[in-house]
Design a protein around this ligand. Structure first.
Ligand SMILES: NC(=O)c1ccc[n+]([C@@H]2O[C@H](COP(=O)([O-])OP(=O)(O)OC[C@H]3O[C@@H](n4cnc5c(N)ncnc54)[C@H](O)[C@@H]3O)[C@@H](O)[C@H]2O)c1
Length: 350
């Protein structure tokens, strides 16, 4: 059963000091909602439950609705087995309700919309969420690329609508981009930033919504260059993958690109940029290889068809290893938080 709305005083507390995560006992009084229990909605729900929220999930597909609790329990149980969570999964599962009706979200103070990437559907879902929740409740859309300003148009209270961009598996990764649309207020963005800290995230704030946000803009620039190198015959898919894993893969969890330049010497980058930037691919169309693979029906390991060949067994093994790696990298990253340089060595755990 959902807990009742917590007193307004807690909301004020959440807004006052955006840097610190709210204590768990505040989060346990905070009721949350998730709409869409697909791949991401399920791991987002696991994250919110693990953070202490009581939760209401909405899913229109009957089969997905029926399997949602079991899928959630599996993620939470695995998180405990990996040592990432101490709470009893059965207790946490007792704090979730699942239904088909968005009106059931009435007591939610933060709702995460995680339906499919379709602007008309997302707008309609947000409209229904607004009818259900209070005027102060935050509404975050887990969109990959739809401008938040477009999702705000026609809303009753657009100032509390923002983008909440999660990365899969959402209960493990520290990634979160919080995106302001034109009408989002900074006070609401700060509320979301603080909540995100309570969910174990290291959130980034995007003050204006630009297509693709931060990480996707940079990742797609990288993907375009990767396709260019393969399609032009400079390197194979495996060679591109191997270079990136062993170069960027070794530092990117520790330092972003700017910190990395600080660590490795700025002048060389300025020098290389002069000649290399004009040489990089800047095509605007979908690469032919991408088109061919996508048109063949390949979804990746989920249907054992991708850029690499897989037997169904190999595909399952890759999925399993990816989750295992996520736990390991999270464990490592937690030992090296972003403000590591500001912490005296003696007070560090490792
Ligand atoms: N998959 C990723 O790695 C990833 C990463 C970041 C963001 N996203 C974004 O997250 C969103 C969800 O992605 P996903 O991969 O989980 O998709 P998905 O297709 O696995 O899940 C979407 C779910 O929403 C449900 N749904 C559809 N309409 C609904 C409605 N009106 N009410 C309630 N439920 C409804 C569907 O039945 C489905 O279960 C998308 O916008 C996607 O772009 C995905």
């Amino acid at each position: 059963m959902l807990r009742s709305r917590k007193p307004a005083a807690n909301k004020v507390k959440l807004e006052r000091s955006p840097a610190k995560p709210p204590p768990r006992d505040v989060l346990t009084q905070y009721s949350a909602g998730v709409v869409g229990m697909g791949l991401m909605g399920t791991s987002i729900s696991a994250c919110l439950l693990a953070a202490g929220h009581s939760l209401h999930c909405v899913e229109t597909d009957a089969a997905r609705r029926r399997s949602a609790r079991a899928r959630l329990l599996k993620l939470l149980t695995h998180a405990v087995a990996e040592g990432a969570m101490r709470e009893n999964p059965s207790t946490l599962i007792g704090r979730v309700a699942i239904s088909a009706d968005i009106a059931d979200l009435k007591s939610a103070e933060i709702v995460v919309e995680s339906t499919v990437e379709d602007i008309a559907l997302k707008r309609q879902v947000i409209n229904e969420i607004e009818k259900a929740v209070s005027a102060q409740a935050l509404i975050g859309s887990n969109t990959s690329a739809i401008p938040v300003t477009d999702l705000q148009s026609g809303a009753k209270h657009p100032e509390r609508i923002l983008g909440l961009h999660w990365a899969e598996p959402a209960h493990i990764t520290r990634f979160m981009e919080i995106i302001c649309g034109q009408q989002t207020t900074m006070a609401n963005a700060r509320r979301a930033m603080r909540l995100a800290r309570g969910w174990g995230k290291e959130p980034s704030l995007l003050r204006k919504d630009i297509r693709g946000f931060i990480a996707n803009r940079i990742m797609y620039a990288m993907l375009r260059e990767a396709f260019y190198l393969v399609e032009s015959g400079f390197a194979s898919i495996a060679d591109v993958d191997r270079s990136l894993r062993n170069d960027m893969g070794y530092w990117i969890t520790f330092a972003g690109p700017f910190r990395f330049m600080d660590l490795t010497g700025i002048p060389a980058y300025a020098e290389v940029m002069k000649d290399l930037l004009p040489d990089l691919n800047c095509a605007t169309g979908v690469p032919a290889l991408m088109r061919k693979v996508a048109d063949s029906g390949a979804c990746g390991v989920s249907n054992a068809k991708g850029f690499y060949p897989y037997t169904p067994q190999q595909a399952r093994q890759w999925e399993k290893l990816f989750i295992e790696f996520n736990y390991k990298i999270r464990e490592l990253a937690d030992r090296f938080p972003e403000d590591i340089g500001d912490i005296p060595r003696s007070s560090r755990k490792n």
